[in-house]
Design a protein around this ligand. Structure first.
Ligand SMILES: [Zn+2]
Length: 350
């Protein structure tokens, strides 16, 4: 991991690994450390209670790990949808590729029977640039009162600022994992929801402008779409039963630890997701250890009282060397990883 700060040409502070980093560099977040420790102790107790129960009801030689359970979620299709996003080129707000990729998402969702709501607005960056931004909300079973919110960002970072070579740092990234993987996951989820509707109303939210600026702290020109959505909810009193942010979930070497803000602020949702993954025999991927606190699109939603957690694998490449670099390309992803996450995401809706 490459930590440390450097000055940009215009004097702004940024981080070498492009933000979203553990709280050892963000003191206010450390205030929650004790509480987080308690939550993890609770998880440990659940796990111990579970194995005691298993020991009482199973033969001694029975495997402790449940067999893998899958769903109709199509991981190969998800990977093709990821590739379709990447093929537009970097989806940097304000570019033609961004607009076309957004249009494509809208079209895919409509084709699969969703009611699509687009939120469009402009954001003026700190440097005075005006960005056209768009959130895309695809609603399945729109009349249902009990809803689940899944969100992912669809924009990509305008610069490969975590590259070591300054010559590469201004180049926009493919964002195969950081941007496109969540989109591919959601299009494949929509395939499944079209064939077998969920008992829940399902809201698939594609947020824009997650990755444009700097994560600081302070945050500058990032989390734009989720912040906008938090103050423009689709209806008054919008309160999904639970919400999950999926980000960077396509890594072929996938391991998803529990993000600390999620554990601290929505522990029941963490338990719901991790228990489901374990029951499906995926406790090897959804591991019960801390990922550290990560600043991401779930934060603005938690701040307005929505129970949303972050499912993310930030350990992307050796020393996170694929994160916010030109290495974030299709060859680092796998259909198998997308299927694992897609199976769990879909099973949570059944
Ligand atoms: Zn990013």
């Amino acid at each position: 991991m490459r930590h440390g700060r450097r000055q940009t040409d215009d004097g702004r502070r940024t981080t070498a690994d492009g933000g979203r980093q553990p709280a050892e560099v963000a003191p206010p977040q450390m205030r929650h450390a004790a509480r987080i420790g308690q939550v993890f102790k609770q998880f440990a107790l659940f796990a111990v209670a579970g194995s005691v129960l298993a020991a009482c009801t199973q033969k001694p030689d029975a495997a402790a790990v449940p067999p893998v359970v899958t769903t109709e979620f199509d991981g190969d299709a998800a990977l093709r949808y990821v590739a379709a996003q990447v093929a537009f080129g970097p989806r940097v707000p304000g570019t033609d590729a961004h607009r076309k990729a957004g249009d494509w998402i809208v079209e895919q969702m409509k084709q699969r029977g969703a009611t699509v709501v687009e939120q469009t607005w402009t954001h003026t960056t700190r440097s005075g640039r005006t960005l056209p931004l768009r959130n895309i909300l695809a609603r399945f079973n729109p009349q249902a009162a009990e809803r689940v919110l899944y969100l992912t960002h669809w924009d990509t970072r305008p610069t490969a600022d975590a590259e070591m070579d300054p010559a590469d740092q201004l180049t926009p990234i493919d964002g195969a994992n950081d941007g496109a993987s969540g989109v591919g996951l959601f299009v494949a989820l929509a395939d499944a929801l079209q064939k077998t509707p969920s008992a829940f109303g399902v809201d698939l939210l594609f947020v824009d402008g997650e990755d444009y600026g700097e994560f600081g702290p302070p945050l500058v020109d990032v989390l734009l779409g989720s912040t906008y959505f938090a103050s423009h909810l689709p209806e008054p009193g919008y309160r999904p039963v639970f919400g999950v942010l999926f980000d960077m979930i396509g890594d072929a070497d996938l391991r998803i630890a529990v993000e600390d803000h999620s554990a601290q602020r929505a522990p029941d949702v963490v338990e719901r997701v991790w228990a489901k993954a374990e029951a499906m025999g995926r406790g090897d991927v959804f591991v019960r250890r801390s990922a550290g606190p990560i600043t991401d699109d779930h934060i603005p939603l938690l701040d307005v009282g929505l129970k949303v957690i972050n499912v993310i694998d930030l350990d992307y490449g050796p020393g996170r060397s694929y994160h916010h670099t030109l290495q974030d390309t299709m060859d680092k992803l796998s259909a198998a990883s997308l299927k694992i996450v897609g199976d769990v995401a879909l099973a949570l809706l059944r």
